[in-house]
Each structure stands twice: as structure tokens, then as C-alpha cells.
Design a protein around this ligand. Structure first.
Ligand SMILES: [Fe+2]
Ligand SMILES: [Fe+2]
Length: 471
């Protein structure tokens, strides 16, 4: 049943804008049918211990209770308006932020918002079958938390489209419910969001690497001169942190389990766990797919977005002294004459790469954590690593270059001979899928992953995080 719109938690004075309210009232039933059609399969009647944002105040945005997913209150929240805020970068540095869309930036902003928005429902579609093979009730609850919040992020973006982009915005909002992840005719916009996620190792790596791209994109938009976008994305980031935690700690628990088995002299493969070489191949795949999401290394669009004050750098205000990025260069390696050549490009044109640098640092931090876990569990000598950012790229100047994971150019034949060592094969995927069985008894965990160290919201690990409909 469609909820009464007046019950939708919001801090945008929804009831004070009749036109907007009508537009959202028309969109809402379509959202709910999308959710039922391609949202989490099964479990729609289950009681899930979920966090709901009910306000943006420190204590209010994380309200925990049992909720049936279709009854989740997808709210619309923007960080509170700050009087006198100015744009922090680009040619417009120091000018007041815009509370409406400037005509000359309308198309760019719409494109930026639609591209971000499209990833939200896409990831829900990608993950829709995973509830059936959840390794524990804790994990089951976490994936549903991620799913409903991606739904809320879609609401957040659709609010911007409806409120600020008139009829075009309403049409884009419909299209967001019409595209489908992996669909040949109407695919999602970005490639990583069309990849299948049919096992939990993929899900953990997706939440670790692909959702983390989202963190950096949202952070860049949190600097935007278009104030409603900046305020929306800042609030989204508070929820996103949990998704990244689910991914990073999920991989950590997989690694922990395999390391413990190896320390006992056992072979993970014989114990229904994931051998580390398969973990590394999944890492290679999802890291590189996610690197592509930042766009080409040299980009005039990125330069224009920065110059215009639409999209800044990661923590633009805190991390940089100088915010125009003019008269500076960035050194990049580019493919040239069968090798690589360092090139200096204007800094503004390298903004995708500047953001990717921050992302790679953050990913390396997580890999270091996993390696500590390996060592701590007695599997020292074994380590995971991030492949070189030239490896397995589909976007930018390295797309089509064949390199090994260390970034060394190799011949086609060497690639063909080694691809199965570097990226998941059909057999690897089949093996990982063979481990996936739903484990739904409170406190029990599947064979291939360690139990979490802590539960959710201060509750014990063996809490019944998801209850069947009759309970
Ligand atoms: Fe999201
Ligand atoms: Fe997310």
C-alpha cells in the first residue's frame, strides 16, 4: 500500500509545496512497484531490524526498530541550510552558493544528478537475490539496510530532479525506474552497475570498492555550488559510511576465516571456505571496475565542472589551500609508442585522477587492514594487494592496454595465458556460488566467513536481526 506522503519524514517542508507534493505522489507508487519487482526477493514480509533516518539531528537520523521493508519510511533530508555559504572553488570561488539551478549549468547538473541517482536503484537490483544465500542473520539485516538506504538515496536525488528541474526532471525520475541493471536494452548508465552480483564475496567487494567510489563522488558533490545538491549529498554520506563498513569488514571476515583454517594446516577449499587466490581475483575485478567509475584520466568535462563550481575535490576546503587550480599541472603516465610516457596536463583536466588518487589511498588502507588480519591469524607471508591502476581498465587511455597486475605492458598472448590467474574464472565463480547457502539461525554463520566481532546498534551478534512474517 502506498504510504500517505505526509508521513514521509522530511526537512524540506514537503507539505508547503503542493506542486512538488503532487509530482512526488505520482512517482511514489511507481517507486513501490519498482521495489516489489526488482528489490530484494522474498523477505518483504519479514521484520528487519533497520535504521531509519527520521531527522538530520545527531540523535535522530539513526532510529532503530523492526520494520517490514516495504513499510520503510524513505525520507527526504538535506543538511540544514547555512546562511551566507559561499562556493569554495573554481572560477566562482567566493561567490554565494546557488539555491536554484543557474540556467547555464542546468544540463550539466541534471547529468551529474542523474548519473549519481542511477547507481542507487541499480545496486538494489544487482543485489536482489542475495537474501536467499545470506551467511547469517546479521549479514541479511545489513544487506537490507544497504538496500533500503540506496532506495532513500534514489528518493533524495528524485527530490532534486522534481523540485529543481521541472518537466525534464520528472521525466528523468521516471527513467530511473525504467532502466534495469544488466538489461541489454535499458541498462544502467555506468558499467560496474550492470555487472552481476550473485554471490556474497562479490557483494562485499562491491560494497568495499564500488560503493566507495560513491563516497568520493558524493564528497566531490558535497562541495558543489548548487547548494541543495551539496546539502543532500552531505547527508547521504552519513548513511554511506555503513555500506562501506559492511564491505570492508565482510572481506575482512572472509580473509580471517581462510587465514585461521590455513594456520591450522587446513586447505580452505576443503573446508568450504574461499582460497586466498580467489579472494585476490575478486579484489582485482571489483577494484578495477570501480576505478573506471571515476572517468578518464584527462577530462575536459571534469575541468569544466571544477571551473564552474559544480564538482570540487575531496574535502576541498580542508585539504587544499588554493582552490582555483589554475596555472598548475599534474603528472600523468600515458600510453605512448608501445610504452608509457609522463605527461604534464593542466590540473583542472586531471580532476578525475586527483579524486581517484584519494580513492586509491583509502582502498590501500583497507588492504593493509586485511593483511594485518592475515598476519594476526597466523597466515603471515600471505598478502593481498591492489593491482596497478593501469590493469584491466575499460575507461580512459589505458582501456585496451594489456598489462599484468603490476601494470607492466604485456602481449596479448601473455594476457591470454594469465587472465585466469588474475580475474575470476567461470569455475571460480561456480565454486564461490557453491558455498552460498542461507544461514538463518540467530548467531550461526556460514562456513566461509568468520562471525562479526560486534552486533548492530550495541546488540549481541546472536540477536534475531530478521524475523519471519509470523513472528
Ligand atoms: Fe547510495
Ligand atoms: Fe551505498
Amino acid at each position: 500500500m502506498a504510504q500517505d506522503l505526509s508521513t514521509i519524514p522530511n526537512n524540506v517542508n514537503l507539505s508547503g509545496d503542493r506542486r512538488l507534493q503532487r509530482a512526488l505522489e505520482q512517482w511514489q507508487p511507481n517507486f513501490l512497484s519498482w521495489w516489489h519487482e526488482v528489490g530484494p526477493e522474498g523477505f518483504q514480509g519479514h521484520h528487519v531490524y533497520l535504521r531509519t533516518a527520521v531527522s538530520v539531528e545527531a540523535g535522530g537520523w539513526a532510529h532503530f526498530d523492526y520494520v517490514k521493508m516495504p513499510d520503510y519510511r524513505w525520507g527526504i533530508f538535506l543538511e540544514p541550510f547555512q546562511e551566507g555559504r559561499t562556493i569554495g572553488f573554481g572560477d566562482v570561488e567566493g561567490q554565494p552558493v546557488w539555491s536554484e539551478v543557474p540556467g547555464e549549468h542546468r544540463n550539466s547538473l541534471r547529468r551529474i544528478i542523474v548519473t549519481q541517482a542511477d547507481t542507487e536503484p541499480a545496486s538494489v537490483e544487482q543485489q536482489r537475490l542475495l537474501g536467499k544465500t545470506a551467511p547469517s542473520l546479521y549479514d541479511l539485516r545489513n544487506i537490507f539496510q544497504v538496500n533500503v538506504e540506496e532506495g532513500r538515496h534514489l528518493w533524495a536525488m528524485v527530490y532534486l530532479l522534481h523540485r529543481y528541474f521541472g518537466r525534464d526532471g520528472r521525466e528523468e525520475a521516471e527513467e530511473l525506474l525504467a532502466r534495469r541493471s544488466g538489461n541489454g536494452d535499458k541498462p544502467r548508465i555506468l558499467n560496474a552497475f550492470n555487472e552481476p552480483i550473485d554471490d556474497w564475496l562479490s557483494f562485499y567487494f562491491f560494497a568495499m570498492f564500488t560503493d566507495r567510489d560513491g563516497k568520493y563522488q558524493l564528497s566531490a558533490l558535497a562541495e558543489s555550488g548548487f547548494d541543495p545538491l551539496a546539502r543532500t549529498t552531505r547527508f547521504m554520506l552519513t548513511e554511506e559510511a555503513h555500506h562501506l563498513f559492511v564491505g570492508e569488514m565482510g572481506v575482512d571476515r572472509v580473509v580471517q576465516r581462510s587465514a585461521q583454517l590455513m594456520a591450522e594446516g587446513k586447505d580452505p577449499r576443503k573446508e568450504a571456505a574461499v582460497p586466498l587466490d580467489i579472494v585476490q581475483k575478486y579484489l582485482n575485478l571489483w577494484f578495477t571496475l570501480s576505478l573506471d567509475l571515476f572517468g578518464g584520466e584527462v577530462s575536459s568535462n571534469a575541468a569544466d565542472f571544477f571551473a564552474a563550481g559544480l564538482k570540487g575535490r575531496f574535502r576541498e576546503r580542508e585539504s587544499y589551500q588554493e582552490h582555483k587550480a589554475l596555472g598548475q599541472t599534474y603528472r600523468l603516465e600515458m600510453p605512448a609508442g608501445g610504452g608509457f610516457l609522463e605527461e604534464e596536463v593542466p590540473l583542472r583536466n586531471a580532476m578525475n585522477e586527483v579524486l581517484r588518487d584519494e580513492y586509491v589511498k583509502d582502498c590501500q588502507r583497507a588492504v593493509d587492514r586485511w593483511n594485518k588480519t592475515l598476519a594476526r591469524c597466523g597466515a603471515s607471508g600471505l598478502t593481498l594487494f591492489l593491482p596497478h591502476r593501469r590493469f584491466h581498465r575499460g575507461v580512459g587511455p589505458f582501456a585496451g592496454c594489456k598489462t599484468d597486475p603490476q601494470g607492466r605492458l604485456i602481449a596479448e598472448a601473455e594476457w591470454a595465458a594469465n587472465e585466469s590467474k588474475w580475474l575470476p574464472t567461470a569455475e571460480d565463480r561456480a565454486y564461490v556460488r557453491s558455498l552460498m547457502h542461507g544461514v538463518y539461525a540467530p548467531g550461526k554463520v556460514a562456513s566461509w566467513v568468520a562471525a562479526p566481532a560486534k552486533g548492530v546498534d550495541g546488540l549481541p551478534v546472536d540477536f534475531e536481526y530478521v524475523k519471519p512474517p509470523s513472528a
